[in-house]
Design a protein around this ligand. Sequence first.
Ligand code: RNT
Ligand code: ZN
Length: 420
Amino acid sequence: MDNSVKKAYELAREAYAKLGIDTDKAIESAKKIPISIHCWQGDDVKGFENAEGELTGGIAATGNYPGRARTPNELRADLEMAMSLLPGTHKVSLHAFYADTDEKVERNKLEPKHFERWVEWANKLDIGLDYNPSFFSHDMSASGFTLSSADEKVREYWIEHGIGSRKIAEYFGKATGKRCVTNFWMPDGYKDTPADTLGPRMRLKDSLDKIFAFPIKKEYNVDAVESKVFGMGVESYTTGSNEFYTAYAATHPDVLLTLDVGHYHPTEVISDKISAMLCYCNELLLHVSRPVRWDSDHVVIFNDELQAIMNEIVACGAQDRVNIALDYFDASINRVAAWVIGTRNARKALLAALLRPVDTLKKYELEGDYTSRLAMMEELKSYPFAAVWDYMCELENVPVREAWLSKVKDYEKKVLSERK
Ligand code: RNT
Ligand code: ZN
């Protein structure tokens, strides 16, 4: 072990011990909490159904950095590269259109067998898999509607896809021994002012009820629903709005609510929604992302909102109730680096949250000593959490600080730049 990392850690341990914080324990907890890495950062959300596949649904990956993964093997290799530079426990989140098949399979005909190679790979790495039915980039979603479509055939098709997805997710949970979380996000909505806002929402509710009525063992898979305020070309109306899914999750105890950082009004934050929803939902799923002026899905940086999210999870004692997943896609920089930067930031913020003397802060609050609460919260921001983070990276045998970057650059030279 690097001696300076160790020395800095020992000083940090002492400083935190004075606050009653055990840094070794914080590291242990920070290592164990799974962070779900979204596979779609690796290929600009294209999937493997066809090479020309156009991304629709009101989302966009901008940029043309070379080296995008074009096959399941390339994507897995890139993910492995990224994970070799990350401390802690991970899962990998797949979308349906990343099925690893030799022939083309319709989305409503996808089965567990089309994901066998992913499961084999996950078991080799001892990681869990999460799942997402893909309701976009498809002819059957060309109208802009899927589960809330007025066309019964369209709804039927996507209901079949939803049910099939839950079977695949159950298989993931069973075959990896790690429960899968399946996220339902549908792009449904109108570009311009609708005449009927209720009809699509009633149809969405009915379609979801049909999908979730299919019995799946909770120990293998749980489902979540993700709201959104608007998408590109879907500016005036989103069927699956915040209120729609908040109410849906609150009235369906088995369904989790997904909070995506980029899916609310520009000054609205998800950190303050976590405790509110924990009063009504057993569990939540987070899509940790970074909106810049809109739901732009920039790489997650170490900013105030990321820290506030992690602080809330820990202050609520909800580490087992809040599933942390990432959701961003930047095609303008090295994609492996994008994974590494965002995932390291998320875990670093989680560790910093675990190093806060939450009980002391709550005590000040109950005593009405808001002076001490504010003073401590501010002092804590410059406590030496980075020394604990560096030490955690050493313990986990991954590069300390920016040492990971040269490894990604090497990989770019040897592997990514060969993809023409
Ligand atoms: C879209 C949602 C959704 C997607 C992924 C690809 O706005 O955030 O979660 O980003 O499923
Ligand atoms: Zn999302």
